[in-house]
Unconditional design. Structure first.
Length: 453
């Protein structure tokens, strides 16, 4: 008995301990995410905008016949990307309160998409992403009565999603189905043509290939360094729909039915998925409302949000943590960073370190870093440098890399560390060696992918 109770206490202790651990990691993760939120007053250097590179594939059903947007639609397509960027840049305040009864708002997500190329592909199989396919095996018919056919009960469930079937090469649509005892009964839109004996039927099964791996495996896998957006069609009429299951792939089908502005909203939403965001019917972060009603309905102040990741007609808001999460992904994950313009050097994005500074978030640097005389820059998290970036260390400056890596993820090399008297004259060294800047590596800190002269 005693043993049992001790065991019991021990396991309780374990659970409490686990809970504390879980809470600590959870808290640490939350804290971590906060650093990446592009708050209105944060510097554009420490929380820089992310620009994602996009390649658009216009899939034609036949040569000269896209049955969707085509190369003549480029102006509209560019306009739509412009609108998408506006949804992400000039956000509206949220219509719904978050779980903590607050309304969290940042005006600019600092996330942008740059349409780099538009490619035409003629591929009628790739084009057709939603259609009825004739199912290859027939089903035996027990008997026929005018507009009804009788089958074994085990076939009942087959016809859930089937709109039409074919008997002796004549097509019928199903208006009703029922089951009595061991018999399934299908009611058809017209009487079955008698004549030769009716013994079996073929049926059409709806194929949904919007998200199909065929598209990305055939056309996008070889280049995972930009987001490949596909515009495909569908031989079934219906609303436009989309799917973005991979960081480098997204497909939009039947756009032609969606209208210019509506299509841009759909594009903004699907791009949201590809950059890591989930639907808002259940909150991904605690600064989102507990519930968000879906259904392409106008947003309101009680049940339907205006979140880009909801199903609403507003789609002009992201919460600070939604934006922060995207920034965290695109500052820390090499495969994500490679989808951005992070390898494009821009001198105006140069950091000037005039005071002792600690970087405790991962940084994507597209300019240079200048550590001024006698100042120290400590890096606690990884730093990515563009291929033309340099780090200048002036007289008596220090660069401490503490448990972090300084590198380039594009398979290119950055230009290295310049130890100098002053960044204005980078070739001039301090006269005394004791005044040379120092690079200190701590806790397995590393500097890699440096161009060696
Ligand atoms: Zn969605």
């Amino acid at each position: 008995m005693l043993l049992k109770s001790t065991q019991h206490q021990f396991s309780k202790f374990n659970i409490v301990f686990l809970l504390i651990l879980f809470n600590l990691t959870f808290f640490a993760q939350k804290e971590e995410l906060e650093k990446y939120i592009p708050q209105e007053n944060t510097s554009l250097l420490t929380n820089p905008p992310i620009t994602l590179r996009v390649q658009l594939h216009l899939v034609y059903r036949y040569e000269n016949d896209a049955q969707n947007y085509n190369l003549d639609s480029i102006k509209l397509i560019r306009d739509q990307f412009g609108w998408v960027n506006r949804f992400y840049k000039e956000m509206n305040p949220c219509t719904l309160e978050a779980q903590d009864k607050e309304k969290h708002f940042i005006p600019d997500s600092r996330i942008q998409f740059r349409l780099d190329t538009v490619i035409k592909i003629v591929d009628s199989v790739l084009w057709d992403r939603r259609y009825y396919a004739l199912y290859d095996r027939p089903i035996p018919i027990d008997s026929v009565g005018l507009n009804k056919i009788y089958l074994d009960k085990r076939y009942f469930s087959r016809f859930k999603k089937v709109d039409s079937l074919s008997i002796n090469e004549v097509n019928y649509s199903i208006t009703n189905r029922s089951r009595i005892d061991n018999v399934s009964i299908l009611e058809l839109s017209s009487n079955v043509e008698s004549g030769s004996a009716v013994k079996e039927l073929y049926y059409y099964r709806k194929r949904e290939l919007n998200c199909d791996r065929y598209i990305w495996e055939k056309y996008a896998n070889s280049d995972q360094n930009s987001i490949h957006v596909f515009y495909t069609g569908s031989s079934l009429n219906g609303v436009a729909f989309g799917c973005g299951p991979k960081p480098y792939f997204l497909n939009l089908t039947n756009l032609i039915n969606g209208g210019g502005w509506g299509n841009a909203q759909l594009l903004a939403h699907e791009l949201g998925h590809t950059i890591g965001l989930a639907h808002t019917n259940y909150p991904q972060f605690d600064d989102l409302p507990k519930k968000d009603k879906f259904g392409f309905i106008p947003c309101n102040s009680t049940t339907v949000s205006n979140n880009i990741m909801g199903y609403n007609q507003c789609r002009n808001y992201l919460s600070p943590k939604q934006a922060g999460y995207v920034h965290q992904l695109y500052s820390t994950k090499p495969e994500r960073i490679r989808l951005t313009t992070a390898n494009e050097y821009k001198a105006e994005n140069t950091f000037d370190i005039w005071y002792d500074t600690v970087w405790d978030k991962a940084m994507v640097v597209t300019g240079d870093i200048i550590v001024r005389k006698r100042q120290t820059l400590t890096l606690n998290k990884d730093v990515h440098l563009s291929e033309n970036s340099r780090i200048y260390l002036e007289k008596k400056a220090k660069l401490i890399v503490d448990g972090a890596t300084v590198t380039n993820y594009f398979g290119t090399k950055w230009k290295g560390i310049v130890i100098c008297k002053s960044a204005h004259k980078p070739s001039k060294k301090p006269r005394w060696s004791r005044n040379l800047a120092k690079v200190i590596l701590k806790n397995e800190g590393e500097i890699t992918e440096v161009f060696s002269r």
